[in-house]
Design a protein around this ligand. Structure first.
Ligand SMILES: [Zn+2]
Ligand SMILES: [Zn+2]
Length: 163
């Protein structure tokens, strides 16, 4: 009995010393993002702060990391605006570097109209030119996902894989 307990205790200790503090940006970043359709919001799945932004370390915002590793460095003095108004989103196509003044202006406009006003919400067609009409898209947060594009992607996938 004593021996078993000693072994168990030993196992626990080993596990504790083996577990390392989270390695922020160097850890496989995208494994912590709910990636999906290119138009959809990709939520950060790990920590978030009270303001609703995803964080991957103290003062390190997940959406900024997403932008920098997929697009490039954020120019000095610019802040990242979420075109989808979804602060947890890490989809680079929903992120746009803007000045703080522009960001504040968009924020005010957005608060007045709730979902309207911002560029994603006011688009009338997808990036491939399919019109956004009733039933032609589905919502992902405040972003819209084009159904025709989704169908096209599935067909391309079937043709490529022969299935
Ligand atoms: Zn988004
Ligand atoms: Zn489309």
């Amino acid at each position: 009995m004593e021996d078993v307990r000693a072994v168990r205790k030993g196992d626990r200790n080993t596990q504790q010393t083996a577990s390392q503090p989270m390695r922020y940006v160097r850890a496989p970043f995208w494994s912590k993002v709910g990636t999906g359709d290119s138009d959809a919001c990709w939520p950060w799945l790990a920590g978030r702060v009270g303001s609703g932004y995803g964080t991957c370390g103290p003062g390190i915002y997940a959406h900024r990391v997403a932008y920098e590793i997929s697009v490039g460095p954020i120019p000095d003095g610019l802040t990242i605006d979420h075109l989808c108004s979804n602060r947890i989103c890490c989809n680079p196509s929903h992120l746009e570097p803007v000045t703080r003044e522009e960001n504040a202006r968009r924020g005010e406009k957005n608060r007045r109209t709730r979902s309207g006003g911002r560029s994603l919400a006011s688009r009338t067609e997808c990036k491939n030119g399919h019109a956004y009409v009733e039933g032609s898209f589905r919502w992902s947060g405040t972003a819209r996902v084009c159904r025709q594009c989704a169908r096209d992607r599935r067909r391309t996938f079937r043709e490529r894989t022969g299935r």
